[in-house]
Design a protein around this ligand. Structure first.
Ligand code: ATP
Length: 347
């Protein structure tokens, strides 16, 4: 669905030159859900704008949905959907009218358009605002309306630039659930950018990590965590002596021997494990058998932030995250769902 080669964008303003995107090679297959993750200013939006025909690359090439973005940017825009960071809806129009004109623009029959709009308003928790003008909606409601506008015509390839930024956790959960459902129903391919690490981890099959205009990692979230980070197990003992005994037991087991840090005087034993959730119960069982049961045990699973830290020496969370991520993930789990304003593509 997407193939790029050496995709590059350099901005020149007065005397300053910004290499926003530096030679990106990216392939996205039909039906994939790919999250592009990176800190502020990494080049995510610029990449998306080039892939959607909104911005001409300085160098390199990109084929999107069968069209070359430089030779046929109009065709690309007619075929794909794009939910950008700005608001797409007209501020002084009524919500229902905006959705109806979007449906009409893309040739969706009126009755079908009304049904789709009603489903989207329900899914995005916007029931009751149909008759209000867009300028009376809250920021989160406008963002969700942007998403509804982008999803209305069910494009085969949808780009979402930070779809859930500014939404409360419940709305984010609703959004993702709806996008996932549409994706499976209509076989949509999705490419999104996000600051939310847990969102990328939970929802995307593939995460492309971008930093300073270049791709620095591209894999499934699980593979990224396994390759670049470890889960950390912490065992607590009453004192240093008991901790040393436990460490000796684990050093006798090849699965753990190389992964133990020297026990600490306060009775803590720490291990780095590549497959912590699978090995944690085994480890506790072995300790129990050897009469070295800890008084407390915990596991901290590796996150995509650990991956970013390992790759760059910097924390993505500190650079670009807002504190409500954990709450959003809880809400997503509760909704058991699987990402929102802009323009749409083919009906
Ligand atoms: N029109 C422009 N003129 C000059 N510089 C630009 C322009 N658009 C983007 N940039 C610069 O290019 C770099 C990449 O910006 P971009 O918006 O693509 O990053 P991003 O990863 O999407 O960031 P964010 O997460 O904050 O949206 C930044 O240094 C930005 O300041």
């Amino acid at each position: 669905m997407i193939t790029t080669s050496g995709l590059t964008k350099t901005f020149t303003r007065k005397k300053s030159v910004v290499e926003a995107v530096r030679g990106i090679d990216l392939t996205v297959g039909d039906g994939e859900l790919v999250a592009i993750l990176g800190p502020n200013g990494a080049g995510k939006s610029t990449t998306l704008k080039m892939l959607t025909g909104l911005l001409a690359p300085t160098a390199g090439s990109a084929q999107v949905a069968g069209y070359d973005v430089v030779a046929h940017p109009d065709r690309v825009r007619q075929t794909i959907g794009y939910i950008g960071q700005g608001n797409s809806a007209g501020h002084y129009f009524r919500v229902a009218d905006e959705l109806a004109s979007q449906a009409q623009f893309y040739g969706v029959p009126a009755a079908e358009g009304r049904k789709r709009a009603s489903d989207l308003l329900a899914a995005l928790d916007l029931v009751g605002v149909e008759k209000r003008t867009v300028n009376t909606l809250s920021g989160g409601q406008r963002r969700r309306l942007d998403v509804a506008m982008g999803l209305l015509n069910r494009p085969p390839l949808l780009f979402l630039d930070e779809p859930s930024t500014g939404m409360d956790p419940a709305s984010r959960a609703n959004l993702w659930e709806h996008v996932q459902r549409m994706r499976h129903e209509f076989g949509m391919t999705l490419v999104l950018t996000t600051h939310y690490l847990e969102e990328a981890d939970r929802m995307a099959e593939r995460v492309v990590v971008i930093d300073q205009g270049a791709i620095i990692a591209d894999d499934t979230p699980t593979a990224l965590r396994h390759t670049h980070a470890s889960d950390v197990v912490t065992l607590t003992y009453p004192d240093g002596e008991a901790a040393r005994r436990a460490a000796d037991v684990l050093r006798g087991d090849s699965r753990f021997a190389e992964r133990i840090a020297d026990p600490e005087a306060d009775g803590k034993v720490r291990l780095d494990l590549d497959d912590g959730p699978a090995l944690f119960p085994v480890l506790l069982h072995e300790l129990e058998r050897a009469g070295a049961r800890p008084t407390a045990a915990s596991i901290a699973e590796a996150t995509l932030d650990d991956v970013f830290l390992a790759l760059t020496g910097r924390s993505l969370r500190e650079e670009s995250e807002s504190g409500d991520d954990a709450a959003a993930v809880e809400a997503m789990a509760a909704a058991a769902g699987g990402p929102g304003g802009g323009v749409g593509g083919a009906a």
